[in-house]
Write a protein of this length. Structure first.
Length: 206
C-alpha cells in the first residue's frame, strides 16, 4: 500500500491542500524539492499533457509515485489564451501584475458580453515514471474578465476573474469559499473519487 507520494510542485499552498486530501488515507505528500527535483520543461500543448510531464519527471527522479497539476486561464475571445502559458504570458520574468496588464490590453474595447473565460485545472498521478495507466482528470471554473482588478486575495488572474453566481471576483472571495468552488477544488473532488475507486479499491482487493 502506498505510504508516500511526491507532489511535482514547489508551491506551499498546493502541498497543504493535497496533504489534507491524503491525510485521512495515511499517505504522506512530500514536495519535489526534498528529492532535488527541478521544474520539468513543460512542452505539452494542453494542461493534461503538462501535468503528466511534471508527474513523470518527479517520479523518475524520486523513485516514488507522483502527483502533479497544471492550471491556467483561458479567455474565449482570445481563442483560449493565455492557456498553458498563463504563468509566463507577459514573457520572461513575468509577474502577476504584468500578466494582468497584458490581458487587459488584449481585451481593450471588448464588450462585457464577450469577455467570458474559464480557469482550468488538470491533475495527473503516476505510480511510476512509466505508468501506462495514469490517473488523469480536469475541471473548469467559468467566469468573465473585468476591465480592471478588484480584490486583494488570491494570486495570478484572480483580481480580474469575476464569478457572476457569487457577485465578486476570485480575489474578493473568502478563502474557504474559493477553496470549495474553484477549478482546483473541483478537480480535486473528481480526483478523490477516481482515487477511491482505483487505488483504494485495489488495496482492499489484495
Amino acid at each position: 500500500m502506498l505510504k508516500k507520494i511526491v507532489l511535482a510542485s514547489g508551491n506551499v499552498g498546493k502541498l497543504r491542500e493535497f496533504s489534507q486530501l491524503f491525510n485521512s488515507w495515511d499517505i504522506e505528500v512530500l514536495p519535489q524539492s526534498e528529492f532535488g527535483v527541478s521544474d520539468a520543461e513543460e512542452t505539452g500543448l494542453s494542461f493534461i499533457e503538462n501535468a503528466l510531464i511534471k508527474a513523470r519527471h518527479a517520479s523518475r527522479i524520486s523513485g516514488l509515485p507522483a502527483l502533479a497539476d497544471d492550471s491556467g486561464l483561458a479567455v474565449d475571445v482570445l481563442d483560449g489564451a493565455p492557456g498553458i502559458y498563463s504563468a509566463r504570458y507577459s514573457g520572461e520574468g513575468a509577474t502577476d501584475a504584468r500578466n494582468n496588464s497584458k490581458l487587459l490590453e488584449a481585451l481593450k474595447g471588448v464588450e462585457k458580453a464577450r469577455r467570458n473565460a474559464s480557469f482550468h485545472c488538470a491533475l495527473a498521478f503516476v505510480r511510476s515514471f512509466d505508468d501506462p495507466v495514469p490517473l488523469v482528470c480536469s475541471a473548469q471554473w467559468r467566469g468573465r474578465i473585468l476591465d480592471e482588478p478588484a480584490g486583494e486575495q488570491g494570486f495570478g488572474y484572480d483580481p480580474l476573474f469575476f464569478v457572476d453566481n457569487e457577485g465578486m471576483t476570485s480575489a474578493q472571495m473568502p478563502r474557504e469559499l474559493k477553496n470549495r468552488i474553484s477549478h482546483r477544488a473541483q478537480a480535486m473532488e473528481v480526483f478523490e473519487a477516481m482515487w477511491r475507486e482505483t487505488m483504494l479499491g485495489a488495496d482492499l482487493a489484495k
